[in-house]
Structures are given as C-alpha cells and as structure tokens.
Design a protein around this ligand. Structure first.
Ligand SMILES: [Zn+2]
Ligand SMILES: [Zn+2]
Length: 572
C-alpha cells in the first residue's frame, strides 16, 4: 500500500470509531464548581468535581448537577483530580452520593484533602490511586498522561487525552514560576506534547485580564523574610489556607527567626495537619504551639499564621483588629502582614479591618504599601500566551473563568495565531465534538446549579430556589440570621423582611417583638440538651414567627428562615 492508500484506509477505519466529546458541567462563565468531561464511545472521564462558595444565600455553596452523570452511570470510567483546591474537589462527597465512580485519580495532597472531606461528611472512604506527572492511564479509547504545572498548591497536574480522533490537553490551574518553591513545571514535556500535536487546548482563564507576568513565590518569600527580620514584636501573617506553598514558606521563616508558631483558622489548621501527615511539612513537635501557651513566650518570639484576609467578621484577625480577640491584644510593636489579595466584593470588610489595625498603631504590610507580599496562583496574559505557544493547539477552549475572562483569553489566543473560528466561548453543557482531527459545536447536555447546605448532600436545583423567589413576590416572610454553628452562637441578630403581607413601617414594634422572640427561643434551644441542627434552627424560627403572627392576626404566612453559617466565612 502506498501512503495515500494507507491514509485512505485509516480515514475509513476512523469513520467506524465513535466521536470524542469534550464539555463542561461546571466552570464556564464562572469561577468555581469546575467539572469537565472527556468521552468517547462507552468511556466517560470526569475531570475535577468542584464547589462554588456562595456566602450571600442560605446555602453553603453551589455544585454542578449530576443528572447527566446519573443517566450515563454505565459509561463512567473514572474521576481525575487536577489539584486539591475546593473549586476542583469540593463536590466530591455529593458526587459519590449520586453516582458510582469506579476509580478516583489524584495527587498526594489532593487525595488526603478528599479523604478528610469524606470523613467530615461521613461518606465512606474511597480508594484513590495516587498519580504524579509520570503516571499513564491506558484504556480502550484513550492514552491519558500528565504534566506538572506551577500553581499555589503542590501536585497540580495538567492532563493529555490522546485518542484516534485527536489530542485534548487541559492545563489545570496554572502560572509560570521559573524559581518555584515547589516542583518545577514540565516545560519540556509541554513543548514535546506540542510537537506531537494538540487538537484542542483547554486553558485556565482566571487572570486573563492581568497584563503582568506573575511574580515568583520565591520572591514573595524573600520579601516576607525581609519584613520578618526587622519585626520588633509579634508577627501576624494572614494568607489563604489554599496557598499551601505560602503557608510552608511562612513556617520556614518563623523557624529561621526562632519564633514559635500559633495557627488560627479552621482551614489553616487543617491544611497544616495534612501537610505534616504526608511529610510535605517536616516539623518538630515544638515548632507549633497551642495558643494557650503563648504567654510563656516573649512577643518577639511569636509568629501567628491566620486566615481572615478578607475581613470575615468571625475570623481571628478581624477580632484582633477590633479588640474582640480574647488572647491577642495588638500593640504598636506588632507587624501584621496581609500576604493576600482582595477578592471582589470583600473590599468594605477588608477596609474596616485595615482601618482598625491602623488605629491600633501596628506596622501594617499589604500588597499596596509593599508590592510583592502576595502572588496569584494563576498566570496573567503573558503566561497564557506562553502556554498556548508551548502546545500550539489547532482549536482553543478557554475554561475556568467568568465570560469576560474567557473573552480576553480568546483575544490572547488570536494574538498567538489561533484562528478566531477555532476558539469556543460556550456555556456549561454545550458539547464540542472531535472527529478525525476536526472540532465542531454539538448539542447540549443538561446542566444546573445545585444549592447545598451542611444538612443535605443532594441539594436543591436552581428551579426550587427560583420557585422560592417567585413565592416571595406573592407574600412571604423571611427571617435572616447569622450563626456560628461550631460554637452555637448567634452572630447576626434575626432580621425580619416581608414581601406583600405586612406593612413594615406601621408594624415596627410588632416586628421587633417577633425578632426578640426568635432570639430568645433560639437561645433556649442552644442551651437545651438537644442536638443542634440547621433544620432544628429553621424549625424554631418558623414556629416562633407563626405563633406570634397567629396570636395577633390569625393568619399563617409562609415563613422562610435564612440561616447564614458565619463560621464558613473563616474558610477561604
Ligand atoms: Zn487552584
Ligand atoms: Zn481553580
């Protein structure tokens, strides 16, 4: 057979092979709840299973709908986790509750975070195959292999899916850091994948709007070291617990200056414990001390690592700033470092904390007065350009980001030479079909936003939430309350709002009476022997309101309790 004949028979055989499809069940047009699917024939692979936090509604967060996966249960071959951040692993307990996953593949840190999450949720422990950048998975339709990328957490992997119809690469969350504090990115491997040919590239869009090349984590560590070397009193460093590299660097700096470490914040405590368990952090027992032992040391022997970079009302740092913290009373010798960035929407809260800290006279360091005490885990436009140039894909699919970020990322791809018509800005659920090296738009699979809270692994679909909202137009009463579910405390007093049933102006005294009644009934509940649950709290609120209103007006309105779990705010 000559080459042309060979090619023809290959094409003929290819026609018999079912097409490959790539799509998202979450993660497009949003930052959070990432879940991408690669499938061909009877093989369906899930990449990541994340959550999106929603602090403003009466739920813990939003996860993808698993309806499509339930329908396709038989074809599911496995779940591949790119890294251990919540927007990639946060909905795994819910997923396992809905479908059987034959096998989970994850890096070491991610696997341990998943196991801890499953045990917190009382979901049976699942076997996880630990992967690294050398792992290879071979199946009937695919060869799947991995490469290291730089991000803010160790063990972050991009993945390549090779099939007869084409090659799909997903970058995972990435930046480029040429002097990383962790493993190096597999630049040569990426370039050689590029040389072998990439049909479609899925790439992280988060920082598409940033023109700058992100600064190296090593530089950040050196800057913080410099600040620490000059500090006279306590050092209080606040950062994201999700930035595992940063947390480790802070610990190293504390040890270098012979300071004892005190940790505040649930998520910070958890990530340090897991890092120690898997020996990512090798620390002597004496390095981290209990906050109760702080007074055994001088102030310049202490290094406090804390969450609360976003001015969360219940975070330790916020309490220190306004004098509510029992153990730490700040003074002008202390240095407070915000090794973090502002998440949009939190500006006011952060400003409040910063102002209070200034009033206390502490030495305040943040990215404004000392640029370089924080670096993002996501690369900006320059780095996205580099990624595209390494893989040289024929088609481009900007993922992981709001639409505005995807659009900017698409422009970058055009600048890198990708044809405009080969770039896909599509919503969750829209399928891309890959057949014989060509990528085309296809139909939709069902998607939805599922709202979940602590009590319910199944969640409620956005339709139910919409129904609730439309009901409110016809007349309901909502009671909003903020609680700390760990300490059984009311953080935000009950607030009454009525829609269509009640003239709030004329009934102020009565409304105040209802609010007081709710509060006292809840306090009774907290002090009782009963186990406190979210449903219990909601029931108390409903009954308190109904009783008061029935006594006075003999009507029974619909009451919707909105319980904000404020300790959640501490977990960023
Ligand atoms: Zn991430
Ligand atoms: Zn992410």
């Amino acid at each position: 057979m000559n080459d042309e004949d060979k090619n023809e028979s290959f094409q003929l055989n290819l026609k018999k092979i079912p097409p490959m499809y790539v799509y998202a069940l979450g993660g497009l047009g949003e930052v959070g709840k990432n879940m991408y699917i690669v499938e061909q024939g009877n093989e369906l692979w899930i990449i990541d299973s994340g959550i999106m936090f929603a602090a403003e509604i009466s739920v813990e967060g939003v996860i993808p709908s698993f309806e499509w996966l339930e329908k396709n249960q038989k074809r599911i071959k496995g779940l591949i986790i790119t890294h251990g951040h919540e927007d990639h692993i946060g909905s795994i307990p819910h997923l396992l509750n809905s479908v059987d996953i034959p096998k989970i593949y994850a890096g070491r840190i991610a696997a341990n975070l998943i196991w801890s999450k499953l045990s917190e949720r009382q979901v049976p422990r699942q076997k996880i195959e630990i992967i690294n950048n050398k792992s290879v998975i071979k199946t009937l339709n695919f060869k799947i292999d991995f490469f290291n990328v730089n991000h803010s957490i160790p063990d972050c992997f991009g993945a390549r899916f090779k099939s007869k119809h084409g090659t799909v690469v997903t970058t995972a969350d990435f930046k480029f850091d040429f002097t990383p504090v962790g493993a190096k990115a597999d630049l040569y491997k990426m370039a050689s994948f590029g040389n072998e040919g990439v049909t479609l590239l899925l790439s992280d869009s988060t920082n598409a709007q940033s023109e700058k090349f992100s600064i190296s984590e090593k530089q950040v560590a050196e800057n913080i070291d410099d600040i620490a070397s000059k500090a006279k009193g306590r050092i209080i460093a606040a950062t994201f617990a999700s930035n595992v590299f940063r947390v480790r660097e802070l610990i190293k700096i504390a040890i270098k200056y012979k300071r004892k470490i005190v940790v505040f914040g649930y998520s910070m405590d958890k990530i340090i414990k897991i890092s120690r368990k898997i020996k990512y952090l090798n620390l002597g027992e004496e390095v981290i001390i209990d906050f109760k032992d702080m007074d055994k040391y001088k102030e310049n022997q202490l290094f406090i690592i804390s969450t609360g970079t976003q001015g969360e009302p219940t975070a330790a740092l916020t309490k220190m700033s306004d004098g509510r913290h029992k153990e730490i009373h700040l003074n002008e010798k202390d240095t407070v470092i915000f090794a973090s960035s502002e998440i949009p929407g939190n500006y006011e809260n952060i400003e409040k904390v910063v102002n209070n800290l200034i009033k206390k006279g502490v030495k305040l360091i943040n990215n404004y007065n000392y640029p370089g005490v924080h670096a993002s885990g996501h690369g900006g436009m320059q780095e996205q350009l580099l990624m595209i140039n390494l893989f040289k894909p024929l088609y481009f699919f900007p993922i992981h980001g709001e639409t505005v970020m995807q659009v900017k990322h698409a422009k970058t791809a055009i600048a890198a030479g990708i044809k405009k018509e080969n770039i896909f800005i599509i919503p969750n659920g829209r399928k891309l079909k890959i057949f014989s090296g060509k990528v085309t738009l296809d139909d939709y699979v069902p998607t939805d936003d599922i709202y979940i809270d602590d009590t319910n692994l199944k969640g409620q679909s956005s339709k139910v939430i919409t129904d609730r909202n439309s009901m409110s137009e016809f007349g309901v009463i909502t009671i909003t309350i903020g609680i700390n579910s760990k300490e059984n405390k009311i953080i935000i007093n009950p607030e009454f709002a009525s829609y269509g049933t009640f003239n709030q102006q004329k009934n102020r005294a009565f409304i105040a009476q209802i609010e007081t009644k709710i509060k006292s009934n809840l306090e009774l509940y907290y002090r009782s022997e009963k186990r406190v649950t979210f449903n219990g709290i909601k029931e108390i609120i409903r009954n308190s309101v109904r009783n008061e209103i029935y006594q006075k007006r003999k009507t029974s309105p619909i009451v919707i309790p909105i319980v904000l779990n404020c300790n959640f705010l501490e977990n960023n």
